[in-house]
Design a protein around this ligand. Structure first.
Ligand SMILES: NC(=O)C1=CN([C@@H]2O[C@H](COP(=O)(O)OP(=O)(O)OC[C@H]3O[C@@H](n4cnc5c(N)ncnc54)[C@H](OP(=O)(O)O)[C@@H]3O)[C@@H](O)[C@H]2O)C=CC1
Ligand SMILES: O=C(O)C1=N[C@H](C(=O)O)C[C@H](O)C1
Length: 252
């Protein structure tokens, strides 16, 4: 049997971080060597001998955390939101200077969510209209969700490749925001409601019909198989992988 992966969790006291600490602790092929929160020195990861980092902190700190890990040759599995095109490009350049190091940025670790986004992208070329509704707990710090942004990107890419026109919309809005945010031409609506965890619907409309693809995370345990899959795979995938779909055989 190979030696256990030595894992450090960043954002360890948060909703997701605490769940990841439990999941890593319970995995027989992993050893939790550090659990860091706000204010802890990143050098503690090195002192603990970590080979892998899980970042589940906040958008304001995730870039510094991951760049620190990569600079020291540690593989990183990242669930924190806020990784826009410019930040991912800059990270790709840093990874080129540190060959052999892998980073997975996964907007959503739930396998059902990853599949739902892939199904939505496949379906999107066959429908005239498409919009996304994401629904989350009210303590979420950002909107739209990283998952919705990623889903919109995948849908837009498929529609562009198929030469599908923009969704029809003759609306003149009376109030700013009434039609949600627009990501790559796709309207995204964000709901924040007590009692929710993480949910998304992709609405696909055609003449006389609608297809709705909905995914629900009722518990943060739903994200843990994806976190563990990421940890087990990331070292064998040097460079940056954006989306857990990159590690799954989705037949696309
Ligand atoms: N990819 C996925 O599947 C999922 C991703 N997420 C994303 O993960 C992130 C965290 O979500 P959630 O757990 O709900 O948020 P929380 O606010 O519950 O947790 C974030 C934690 O990070 C801590 N923190 C702040 N700054 C730092 C730092 N510099 N280094 C280390 N830790 C720090 C916070 O401490 P303090 O409280 O003191 O600020 C807090 O404990 C979000 O971006 C969210 O969108 C969430 C669920 C699933
Ligand atoms: O903050 C959350 O809770 C979640 N964040 C991620 C996102 O922004 O997509 C993943 C999931 O939706 C839960």
């Amino acid at each position: 049997m190979s030696a256990p992966l030595k894992v450090a969790v960043l954002g360890a006291s948060g909703r997701m971080g605490a769940e990841a600490v439990k999941a890593v602790d319970a995995a027989t092929d992993m050893e939790l060597v550090a659990a860091l929160g706000r204010g802890d020195k990143l050098e503690a990861i090195l002192e603990a001998g970590a080979t892998h980092v899980v970042d589940l902190s906040v958008p304001a700190s995730t870039e510094d955390n991951v760049r620190f890990a990569v600079t020291h040759g540690l593989h990183a599995v990242v669930g924190t939101t806020g990784w826009d095109d410019a930040k991912r490009e800059s990270l790709t350049n840093l990874l080129a200077e540190n060959p052999g190091t892998g980073v997975l940025i996964a907007p959503n670790f739930a396998l059902g969510s990853v599949l739902a986004s892939a199904f939505a992208a496949t379906a999107a070329r066959y429908f005239e209209s498409v919009e996304i509704i994401e629904l989350h707990h009210p303590n979420k710090v950002d909107a739209p969700s990283g998952t919705a942004v990623r889903t919109a990107e995948l849908i837009a890419a498929e529609r562009a490749a198929a030469g599908v026109a923009a969704s029809p919309d003759a609306t003149e809005t009376q109030l700013d925001g009434a039609r949600g945010a627009v990501v790559d031409g796709i309207h995204v609506h964000s709901v924040r409601l007590r009692g929710l965890v993480a949910h998304q619907e992709v609405l696909l409309g055609g003449e006389g019909e609608q297809l709705t693809l909905r995914h629900d995370s009722y518990d943060r345990a739903s994200f843990m198989p994806g976190v563990l899959l990421g940890l087990r795979t990331v070292a064998s995938r040097p460079g940056l992988t954006y989306g857990l779909d990159g590690y799954l055989e989705l037949g696309r």
